[in-house]
Design a binder for this molecule. Sequence first.
Ligand code: DGJ
Length: 547
Amino acid sequence: MAAFFRLSTRLLLLILPTAFLHGQTLPASPTSPHLVRNNGATELSVDGHPFLIRGGELGNSSASSMAYMKPIWPRLVSMHLNTVIAPVYWELLEPTEGAFDYTLLDALIAGARQYHLKLVLLWFGTWKNSMSCYVPAWMKTDEQRFPRATNSAGRPEEIITPFSTQALAADKKAFSALLRHVKAIDAQQHTVLMIQVENEIGMLPEARDHSPLANEAFKDPVPKELIDYLTSHRDSLEPELKQRWDSMGNPTSGTWVDVFGKSLATDELFMAWYFGSYVETIARAGKSIYDLPLYVNAALNAPGKKPGEYPSAGPLPHVLDVWKAAAPDIDFLAPDFYNPDFRYWADRYSRKDNVLFVPEHRFEPGVDAKALYAYGHYQAIGFSPFSIESTPRPENEPIGKCYDIISQLAAQISAAKQRRSIDAVLLSKDADTTRLEMGDYKLTAIHELRLGWSPGSKNTRWPLSGAIIIGLAPDEFYIAGTGVVVTFEPKTEGGRAGILFAEEGRFVDGKWQPGRRMNGDQDHQGRHIRIPEGEYSIQRVKLYTYH
Ligand code: DGJ
């Protein structure tokens, strides 16, 4: 939490003594990557400037071979990425206990620098998608020292139990070595922006670990830190947790069963606390060496399933508060999207104490429109399709066209956040209209295929479309995206909105360069702004009101 509320770099010098008094962690240096919360918006600051991550996550194995990566780098650049999300594999970092091999990491960082890309590193440590598949062989084969989680029948899983103090010590040591090395080679250049701690932690195939160590811990009282958090956040707790605690009469002491009742949901809360605490120990150690933003990602559960049937107890929305209480050194918790209902999940991860970052989205049609929506509506600090290198034609990828727009608009987006005059729309065949207000006008955005002007409008399925809308002045807007038509009405009664001018353009070196004037067929003779489906552009429009 402390890290999340760090103040802007400009204010930093002024507040130094106070920050120390309050025990806040400060960034490694004012220019090193850190989160800044300003005027209600959280941004990633790099080298003293806001940085919007136009990301792509590599498939799991790509970064284990730099020869394999060689042809990939230029493809990423051609999609206008500025950041690659890439794993660091514990088994390759510490093949022999205590002997660290940084060759691969060094080459990854060198590769990114050669292509002017930044990196978010994924620590494939104790857990990767629930399993302990990336722990070194010396750990896998020493079950005495590194015991496994077991199911209720005592059958071990290839999941190291979070109750193992030896596993925790080993992970902490390796993660610390990683941070020490990154600091040594990158504290000046800031190629590495953030680190994800573990990957998609989750308990399977039952909601809780039934190993002897876990069973002992389950008899312990609920830790005071969690009770304190519940008490001080009583009104803002996520609904599932609030309901559970309320239904027990809000006890402030007792075992997990006393406080939350006997259920699979309680088993999941218990595991969330211990997974979160394990991660916290690693994160705190890492931050004390090199204070980079750290986050944890979640495999979103399929609705309707019971705890244990999905990877349970990771930082899912219904246990988010437990993670916040257990892991205060984690800057934010992040959703991985492989399921529908983008808005529902993104809403749940957008909290005052949690900025939205999408480290993984299935690389599928529509990902471009969702990226626009994430940046514009949720003010996400970044977005990233998974297995980004898998496209055969990177130069044609919609995400690349959308990233080109985001790259041009980055400074505008940041400034608009401060003015609170930015939003976005995400449109589909079923939800083809969105209304919003900005400046002096009411805007109505519809899916461009709704006009019925293109043959695609007759198709049963329409591609998702979307746009970012930035208010430049009360009567002037940038509309950037694909497949949208926007009409305008004045907020005040009695007048009608007219288009004073509409122009397409590009930002070059941060300056708007007008291209085509769009005041004839392109804006339907002054009736609307239109970006056809399949095209990606930025238009600037100035309005007036006539009576
Ligand atoms: C989510 C995981 O976090 C990734 O590492 C990868 O396994 C994908 N799922 C595969 O779809």
